[in-house]
Design a protein. Structure first.
Length: 412
Protein backbone atom coordinates (compact mmCIF):
# COMPACT_ATOMS: atom_id res chain seq x y z
CA UNK A 1 0.00 0.00 0.00
CA UNK A 2 2.99 2.29 0.60
CA UNK A 3 3.92 1.90 -3.08
CA UNK A 4 0.40 2.94 -4.07
CA UNK A 5 0.57 5.96 -1.75
CA UNK A 6 3.81 6.99 -3.47
CA UNK A 7 2.05 6.61 -6.81
CA UNK A 8 -0.81 8.81 -5.59
CA UNK A 9 1.62 11.50 -4.44
CA UNK A 10 3.43 11.27 -7.78
CA UNK A 11 0.13 11.83 -9.59
CA UNK A 12 -0.66 14.75 -7.27
CA UNK A 13 2.76 16.22 -8.08
CA UNK A 14 2.03 15.98 -11.79
CA UNK A 15 4.65 13.29 -12.45
CA UNK A 16 2.12 10.66 -13.56
CA UNK A 17 -0.50 11.34 -16.27
CA UNK A 18 -4.18 12.26 -15.85
CA UNK A 19 -7.26 11.13 -17.76
CA UNK A 20 -10.80 12.50 -18.11
CA UNK A 21 -13.55 11.26 -15.78
CA UNK A 22 -16.98 12.64 -16.76
CA UNK A 23 -18.38 11.89 -13.30
CA UNK A 24 -15.78 14.09 -11.59
CA UNK A 25 -15.03 17.80 -11.81
CA UNK A 26 -11.25 17.29 -12.05
CA UNK A 27 -9.09 15.11 -14.29
CA UNK A 28 -8.08 11.97 -12.42
CA UNK A 29 -5.10 9.66 -12.21
CA UNK A 30 -5.29 5.99 -13.11
CA UNK A 31 -1.92 4.36 -12.41
CA UNK A 32 -2.73 3.36 -8.82
CA UNK A 33 -5.87 1.54 -9.90
CA UNK A 34 -4.16 -0.10 -12.88
CA UNK A 35 -1.11 -1.29 -10.94
CA UNK A 36 -2.56 -1.63 -7.43
CA UNK A 37 -4.19 -5.04 -7.63
CA UNK A 38 -1.43 -6.68 -9.73
CA UNK A 39 1.14 -5.35 -7.25
CA UNK A 40 -0.84 -6.81 -4.36
CA UNK A 41 -1.12 -10.22 -6.04
CA UNK A 42 2.60 -10.21 -6.87
CA UNK A 43 3.48 -9.44 -3.24
CA UNK A 44 1.01 -12.09 -2.09
CA UNK A 45 2.75 -14.72 -4.21
CA UNK A 46 6.40 -13.69 -3.94
CA UNK A 47 6.78 -11.70 -0.70
CA UNK A 48 8.38 -14.65 1.13
CA UNK A 49 10.95 -15.14 -1.63
CA UNK A 50 11.73 -11.43 -1.58
CA UNK A 51 12.03 -11.54 2.20
CA UNK A 52 14.48 -14.43 1.93
CA UNK A 53 16.62 -12.58 -0.63
CA UNK A 54 16.86 -9.68 1.82
CA UNK A 55 18.25 -11.99 4.48
CA UNK A 56 15.11 -12.52 6.56
CA UNK A 57 13.94 -16.11 6.02
CA UNK A 58 10.90 -15.88 8.31
CA UNK A 59 9.56 -18.70 10.46
CA UNK A 60 10.66 -22.30 9.97
CA UNK A 61 7.83 -24.62 8.94
CA UNK A 62 7.42 -28.35 9.47
CA UNK A 63 5.47 -29.74 6.51
CA UNK A 64 4.93 -33.44 7.10
CA UNK A 65 4.91 -34.46 3.44
CA UNK A 66 8.28 -32.84 2.75
CA UNK A 67 9.96 -33.11 6.18
CA UNK A 68 9.23 -36.83 6.60
CA UNK A 69 11.19 -38.92 4.09
CA UNK A 70 8.91 -40.45 1.47
CA UNK A 71 11.30 -43.04 -0.04
CA UNK A 72 13.64 -44.43 2.63
CA UNK A 73 11.39 -46.62 4.79
CA UNK A 74 13.74 -46.62 7.80
CA UNK A 75 14.11 -42.82 7.86
CA UNK A 76 10.39 -42.44 7.20
CA UNK A 77 9.50 -44.61 10.21
CA UNK A 78 11.85 -42.60 12.42
CA UNK A 79 10.16 -39.39 11.27
CA UNK A 80 6.71 -40.82 11.95
CA UNK A 81 7.75 -41.94 15.42
CA UNK A 82 8.99 -38.41 16.17
CA UNK A 83 5.81 -36.74 14.86
CA UNK A 84 4.50 -35.90 18.33
CA UNK A 85 7.84 -34.30 19.16
CA UNK A 86 7.54 -32.11 16.07
CA UNK A 87 4.02 -31.15 17.12
CA UNK A 88 5.03 -30.43 20.72
CA UNK A 89 7.78 -28.09 19.48
CA UNK A 90 5.48 -26.28 17.05
CA UNK A 91 3.87 -23.02 18.08
CA UNK A 92 1.09 -22.97 15.48
CA UNK A 93 -0.58 -25.61 13.35
CA UNK A 94 -2.16 -24.64 10.02
CA UNK A 95 -4.61 -27.20 8.66
CA UNK A 96 -5.43 -26.98 4.94
CA UNK A 97 -9.02 -28.16 5.15
CA UNK A 98 -10.88 -30.14 2.50
CA UNK A 99 -14.05 -32.24 2.75
CA UNK A 100 -11.92 -35.36 3.32
CA UNK A 101 -9.75 -33.85 6.06
CA UNK A 102 -11.64 -35.47 8.93
CA UNK A 103 -11.85 -38.81 7.12
CA UNK A 104 -8.10 -39.39 6.91
CA UNK A 105 -6.30 -41.24 9.67
CA UNK A 106 -3.16 -39.12 9.49
CA UNK A 107 -4.85 -35.74 9.65
CA UNK A 108 -7.22 -36.70 12.48
CA UNK A 109 -4.27 -38.08 14.46
CA UNK A 110 -2.24 -34.89 13.90
CA UNK A 111 -5.15 -32.66 14.95
CA UNK A 112 -5.88 -34.69 18.07
CA UNK A 113 -2.19 -34.74 19.02
CA UNK A 114 -1.76 -31.00 18.55
CA UNK A 115 -4.93 -30.10 20.44
CA UNK A 116 -3.79 -32.29 23.31
CA UNK A 117 -0.59 -30.22 23.51
CA UNK A 118 -1.64 -26.69 22.62
CA UNK A 119 -4.65 -24.43 23.21
CA UNK A 120 -7.04 -24.22 20.32
CA UNK A 121 -6.06 -20.62 19.56
CA UNK A 122 -2.76 -22.05 18.25
CA UNK A 123 -4.52 -23.91 15.45
CA UNK A 124 -5.71 -22.28 12.23
CA UNK A 125 -8.14 -23.86 9.77
CA UNK A 126 -7.74 -22.67 6.18
CA UNK A 127 -10.21 -24.05 3.61
CA UNK A 128 -8.41 -24.89 0.37
CA UNK A 129 -11.20 -23.43 -1.75
CA UNK A 130 -10.83 -20.09 0.10
CA UNK A 131 -7.74 -19.38 -2.02
CA UNK A 132 -9.73 -19.68 -5.23
CA UNK A 133 -12.63 -17.63 -3.90
CA UNK A 134 -10.30 -14.86 -2.68
CA UNK A 135 -8.42 -14.64 -5.97
CA UNK A 136 -11.63 -14.71 -7.97
CA UNK A 137 -12.79 -11.79 -5.84
CA UNK A 138 -9.56 -9.96 -6.65
CA UNK A 139 -10.12 -10.58 -10.35
CA UNK A 140 -13.72 -9.33 -10.31
CA UNK A 141 -12.74 -6.27 -8.27
CA UNK A 142 -9.95 -5.48 -10.70
CA UNK A 143 -12.27 -5.85 -13.70
CA UNK A 144 -14.70 -3.45 -12.02
CA UNK A 145 -11.89 -0.90 -11.58
CA UNK A 146 -10.73 -1.21 -15.18
CA UNK A 147 -14.26 -0.87 -16.52
CA UNK A 148 -14.75 2.20 -14.34
CA UNK A 149 -11.63 3.85 -15.77
CA UNK A 150 -12.64 3.17 -19.37
CA UNK A 151 -16.39 3.75 -19.25
CA UNK A 152 -16.28 6.91 -17.14
CA UNK A 153 -14.31 8.50 -19.93
CA UNK A 154 -17.51 8.26 -22.01
CA UNK A 155 -20.45 8.28 -19.58
CA UNK A 156 -21.39 9.33 -16.06
CA UNK A 157 -23.76 6.40 -15.46
CA UNK A 158 -22.01 3.64 -13.52
CA UNK A 159 -24.20 0.73 -14.68
CA UNK A 160 -21.10 -1.48 -15.07
CA UNK A 161 -20.27 -1.00 -11.39
CA UNK A 162 -23.79 -2.03 -10.40
CA UNK A 163 -23.49 -5.25 -12.40
CA UNK A 164 -19.96 -6.22 -11.39
CA UNK A 165 -20.21 -5.21 -7.72
CA UNK A 166 -23.86 -5.72 -6.85
CA UNK A 167 -24.23 -8.73 -9.11
CA UNK A 168 -21.25 -10.95 -9.86
CA UNK A 169 -19.02 -9.97 -6.95
CA UNK A 170 -21.72 -10.02 -4.27
CA UNK A 171 -23.11 -13.39 -5.32
CA UNK A 172 -19.59 -14.82 -5.60
CA UNK A 173 -18.88 -13.83 -2.00
CA UNK A 174 -22.18 -15.17 -0.70
CA UNK A 175 -21.88 -18.49 -2.53
CA UNK A 176 -18.38 -18.97 -1.09
CA UNK A 177 -19.60 -18.06 2.40
CA UNK A 178 -22.55 -20.44 2.10
CA UNK A 179 -20.25 -23.27 1.04
CA UNK A 180 -18.07 -22.70 4.10
CA UNK A 181 -21.12 -22.55 6.39
CA UNK A 182 -22.33 -25.90 5.01
CA UNK A 183 -18.88 -27.37 5.53
CA UNK A 184 -18.84 -26.31 9.18
CA UNK A 185 -22.30 -27.76 9.69
CA UNK A 186 -21.24 -31.09 8.16
CA UNK A 187 -18.39 -31.57 10.64
CA UNK A 188 -20.79 -32.74 13.33
CA UNK A 189 -22.23 -35.35 10.97
CA UNK A 190 -18.85 -36.62 9.81
CA UNK A 191 -17.55 -37.13 13.33
CA UNK A 192 -20.78 -38.51 14.82
CA UNK A 193 -19.86 -42.11 13.92
CA UNK A 194 -16.10 -41.66 13.84
CA UNK A 195 -13.92 -44.76 14.09
CA UNK A 196 -10.18 -45.06 13.65
CA UNK A 197 -10.70 -48.33 11.80
CA UNK A 198 -12.93 -46.61 9.20
CA UNK A 199 -10.50 -43.78 8.46
CA UNK A 200 -8.77 -43.58 5.11
CA UNK A 201 -5.06 -44.39 5.12
CA UNK A 202 -3.37 -43.91 1.77
CA UNK A 203 -0.61 -46.33 2.67
CA UNK A 204 -2.16 -49.20 4.61
CA UNK A 205 1.25 -50.28 5.88
CA UNK A 206 1.28 -47.06 7.94
CA UNK A 207 -1.97 -47.88 9.76
CA UNK A 208 -0.48 -50.11 12.53
CA UNK A 209 2.18 -47.51 13.35
CA UNK A 210 -0.31 -44.63 13.43
CA UNK A 211 -2.72 -46.64 15.59
CA UNK A 212 0.12 -47.46 17.95
CA UNK A 213 1.04 -43.76 18.20
CA UNK A 214 -2.60 -42.88 18.90
CA UNK A 215 -2.71 -45.46 21.68
CA UNK A 216 0.45 -44.02 23.24
CA UNK A 217 -1.00 -40.52 22.96
CA UNK A 218 -4.21 -41.55 24.71
CA UNK A 219 -2.32 -43.16 27.60
CA UNK A 220 0.18 -40.29 27.90
CA UNK A 221 -2.60 -37.68 27.96
CA UNK A 222 -4.61 -39.52 30.60
CA UNK A 223 -7.52 -40.03 28.22
CA UNK A 224 -7.01 -43.79 28.60
CA UNK A 225 -5.71 -45.79 31.60
CA UNK A 226 -1.97 -46.39 31.70
CA UNK A 227 -2.49 -50.14 31.53
CA UNK A 228 -5.07 -50.01 28.72
CA UNK A 229 -4.45 -52.15 25.68
CA UNK A 230 -3.95 -50.49 22.29
CA UNK A 231 -7.47 -51.49 21.22
CA UNK A 232 -8.99 -49.97 24.37
CA UNK A 233 -6.94 -46.81 23.88
CA UNK A 234 -8.22 -46.58 20.30
CA UNK A 235 -11.80 -46.85 21.57
CA UNK A 236 -11.09 -43.93 23.91
CA UNK A 237 -9.74 -42.00 20.93
CA UNK A 238 -12.95 -42.72 19.01
CA UNK A 239 -14.98 -41.30 21.91
CA UNK A 240 -12.72 -38.26 22.05
CA UNK A 241 -13.15 -37.64 18.33
CA UNK A 242 -16.94 -38.07 18.46
CA UNK A 243 -17.62 -35.90 21.49
CA UNK A 244 -14.82 -33.35 21.69
CA UNK A 245 -13.24 -32.87 18.27
CA UNK A 246 -16.43 -31.44 16.67
CA UNK A 247 -16.71 -28.65 19.24
CA UNK A 248 -12.95 -28.11 19.16
CA UNK A 249 -12.96 -27.86 15.36
CA UNK A 250 -15.91 -25.50 15.16
CA UNK A 251 -14.39 -23.34 17.90
CA UNK A 252 -11.12 -23.16 16.00
CA UNK A 253 -12.90 -22.10 12.84
CA UNK A 254 -13.44 -18.37 12.72
CA UNK A 255 -16.98 -17.05 12.94
CA UNK A 256 -15.99 -15.12 9.82
CA UNK A 257 -14.20 -17.09 7.11
CA UNK A 258 -11.70 -14.29 6.38
CA UNK A 259 -9.84 -12.29 8.98
CA UNK A 260 -10.29 -8.54 9.26
CA UNK A 261 -6.77 -8.05 7.91
CA UNK A 262 -7.57 -10.09 4.79
CA UNK A 263 -10.80 -8.22 4.16
CA UNK A 264 -9.46 -4.73 4.77
CA UNK A 265 -6.33 -5.26 2.65
CA UNK A 266 -8.51 -6.41 -0.21
CA UNK A 267 -10.81 -3.37 0.24
CA UNK A 268 -7.87 -0.95 0.37
CA UNK A 269 -6.46 -2.22 -2.92
CA UNK A 270 -9.89 -2.44 -4.48
CA UNK A 271 -11.42 0.86 -3.33
CA UNK A 272 -8.63 2.75 -1.55
CA UNK A 273 -6.64 3.20 -4.74
CA UNK A 274 -9.56 5.25 -6.07
CA UNK A 275 -8.87 7.84 -3.36
CA UNK A 276 -5.23 8.04 -4.44
CA UNK A 277 -6.09 8.41 -8.13
CA UNK A 278 -9.12 10.67 -7.80
CA UNK A 279 -8.98 12.71 -4.58
CA UNK A 280 -5.30 12.92 -3.72
CA UNK A 281 -4.35 13.55 -7.34
CA UNK A 282 -6.69 16.56 -7.45
CA UNK A 283 -4.39 18.54 -5.12
CA UNK A 284 -2.22 19.44 -8.11
CA UNK A 285 -5.31 20.81 -9.88
CA UNK A 286 -6.21 23.28 -7.13
CA UNK A 287 -8.55 21.29 -4.89
CA UNK A 288 -8.42 22.56 -1.27
CA UNK A 289 -6.32 20.46 1.10
CA UNK A 290 -9.05 20.25 3.76
CA UNK A 291 -11.50 18.92 1.18
CA UNK A 292 -9.02 16.18 0.21
CA UNK A 293 -8.42 15.31 3.88
CA UNK A 294 -12.15 14.96 4.55
CA UNK A 295 -12.44 12.78 1.46
CA UNK A 296 -9.62 10.66 2.91
CA UNK A 297 -11.54 10.25 6.16
CA UNK A 298 -14.58 9.18 4.15
CA UNK A 299 -12.57 6.63 2.18
CA UNK A 300 -11.05 5.23 5.40
CA UNK A 301 -14.55 4.92 6.86
CA UNK A 302 -15.80 3.14 3.76
CA UNK A 303 -12.89 0.72 3.24
CA UNK A 304 -11.97 -0.13 6.84
CA UNK A 305 -15.43 -0.17 8.43
CA UNK A 306 -18.36 -0.29 6.03
CA UNK A 307 -17.11 -2.85 3.50
CA UNK A 308 -15.81 -5.28 6.19
CA UNK A 309 -19.18 -5.02 7.97
CA UNK A 310 -20.91 -5.67 4.64
CA UNK A 311 -18.79 -8.80 4.24
CA UNK A 312 -19.78 -10.01 7.72
CA UNK A 313 -23.41 -9.35 6.87
CA UNK A 314 -23.12 -11.37 3.67
CA UNK A 315 -21.49 -14.22 5.59
CA UNK A 316 -24.27 -14.38 8.16
CA UNK A 317 -26.98 -14.13 5.52
CA UNK A 318 -25.34 -16.88 3.46
CA UNK A 319 -25.33 -19.12 6.54
CA UNK A 320 -29.10 -18.72 6.94
CA UNK A 321 -31.48 -21.25 5.43
CA UNK A 322 -28.73 -23.66 4.39
CA UNK A 323 -31.36 -26.26 3.51
CA UNK A 324 -32.44 -24.11 0.58
CA UNK A 325 -30.47 -25.41 -2.37
CA UNK A 326 -30.66 -25.05 -6.12
CA UNK A 327 -32.89 -22.33 -7.54
CA UNK A 328 -34.65 -21.42 -4.23
CA UNK A 329 -31.24 -21.03 -2.58
CA UNK A 330 -30.00 -18.79 -5.40
CA UNK A 331 -33.16 -16.66 -5.16
CA UNK A 332 -32.65 -16.32 -1.40
CA UNK A 333 -29.03 -15.26 -1.83
CA UNK A 334 -29.89 -12.75 -4.56
CA UNK A 335 -32.83 -11.16 -2.75
CA UNK A 336 -31.11 -11.02 0.63
CA UNK A 337 -28.02 -9.46 -0.94
CA UNK A 338 -29.98 -6.77 -2.75
CA UNK A 339 -32.33 -5.91 0.12
CA UNK A 340 -30.10 -6.41 3.16
CA UNK A 341 -26.62 -5.61 1.85
CA UNK A 342 -26.62 -3.67 -1.41
CA UNK A 343 -29.30 -1.09 -0.55
CA UNK A 344 -27.94 -0.39 2.99
CA UNK A 345 -24.44 -0.05 1.52
CA UNK A 346 -25.75 2.46 -1.03
CA UNK A 347 -27.43 4.51 1.72
CA UNK A 348 -24.34 4.45 3.96
CA UNK A 349 -22.12 5.35 1.03
CA UNK A 350 -24.20 8.44 0.28
CA UNK A 351 -24.22 9.39 3.97
CA UNK A 352 -20.42 9.18 4.15
CA UNK A 353 -19.76 11.32 1.09
CA UNK A 354 -22.41 13.93 1.88
CA UNK A 355 -21.20 14.20 5.48
CA UNK A 356 -17.53 14.36 4.47
CA UNK A 357 -18.29 17.18 2.02
CA UNK A 358 -20.25 19.06 4.68
CA UNK A 359 -17.42 18.49 7.19
CA UNK A 360 -15.20 20.80 5.13
CA UNK A 361 -17.18 23.81 6.36
CA UNK A 362 -19.21 22.42 9.30
CA UNK A 363 -17.71 21.26 12.59
CA UNK A 364 -20.99 19.55 13.44
CA UNK A 365 -20.81 17.44 10.30
CA UNK A 366 -17.21 16.55 11.18
CA UNK A 367 -18.29 15.41 14.64
CA UNK A 368 -21.11 13.32 13.15
CA UNK A 369 -18.67 11.72 10.69
CA UNK A 370 -16.09 10.88 13.37
CA UNK A 371 -18.71 9.56 15.82
CA UNK A 372 -20.17 7.38 13.07
CA UNK A 373 -16.66 6.19 12.28
CA UNK A 374 -16.14 5.26 15.93
CA UNK A 375 -19.46 3.42 16.20
CA UNK A 376 -18.71 1.54 13.00
CA UNK A 377 -15.24 0.68 14.27
CA UNK A 378 -16.79 -0.78 17.44
CA UNK A 379 -19.10 -2.84 15.24
CA UNK A 380 -16.12 -4.14 13.26
CA UNK A 381 -14.35 -5.10 16.48
CA UNK A 382 -17.38 -7.01 17.73
CA UNK A 383 -17.86 -8.72 14.36
CA UNK A 384 -14.27 -9.89 13.89
CA UNK A 385 -13.07 -10.33 17.47
CA UNK A 386 -13.39 -13.38 19.66
CA UNK A 387 -12.15 -15.79 16.98
CA UNK A 388 -10.49 -18.87 18.48
CA UNK A 389 -10.82 -17.35 21.94
CA UNK A 390 -11.97 -20.50 23.73
CA UNK A 391 -9.66 -23.09 25.13
CA UNK A 392 -9.50 -26.54 23.61
CA UNK A 393 -12.06 -28.84 25.24
CA UNK A 394 -9.86 -31.89 24.67
CA UNK A 395 -6.73 -30.45 26.19
CA UNK A 396 -5.27 -32.32 29.14
CA UNK A 397 -2.93 -31.21 31.88
CA UNK A 398 0.06 -33.14 30.74
CA UNK A 399 3.52 -32.96 29.27
CA UNK A 400 4.32 -33.96 25.71
CA UNK A 401 3.63 -37.59 24.79
CA UNK A 402 6.50 -39.96 25.30
CA UNK A 403 6.85 -40.57 21.57
CA UNK A 404 10.08 -39.15 20.20
CA UNK A 405 10.96 -36.80 23.03
CA UNK A 406 13.69 -34.38 22.09
CA UNK A 407 12.43 -33.58 18.59
CA UNK A 408 14.39 -31.67 16.02
CA UNK A 409 14.75 -27.89 16.16
CA UNK A 410 13.47 -27.82 12.56
CA UNK A 411 9.92 -28.16 13.88
CA UNK A 412 10.00 -24.83 15.64
Amino acid sequence: MALMAIGGLATAAGVLPYITDLSWRYPVGFMCRVLGMPTFVALLLFARELQGLLGSPGPTVFLDKTCIHQDDQVVQRQGIEKLSAFLSNSEIMVALYTDTYLLKLWTVYEVASFLALRPIKCMKIVPVYQLFAYHNGLLVGYLAQMSTIVLRSYTTFAWHELILWNGVFGLLVMVACQRWAREKESIQTRLANFSVHNCICTCESDRPLVCQNIAILMRASGAAPDDASDETALEHFDQLARHELPSAFTTCMSRVSLSYKQVVVFCLFWQGTTFLDVDLASLELGRPLKEVLMAGVGWCFWTTVCLPLAFVGMEYLAASFLRWTGFPGLVWLTCSFILLVSIPCFVVNKFIWVTSEMAVTSNLALVVLLVSFGIGGAGVYLAFSGQCSLTCPCRRSMGPPSIGEGGSDHSR
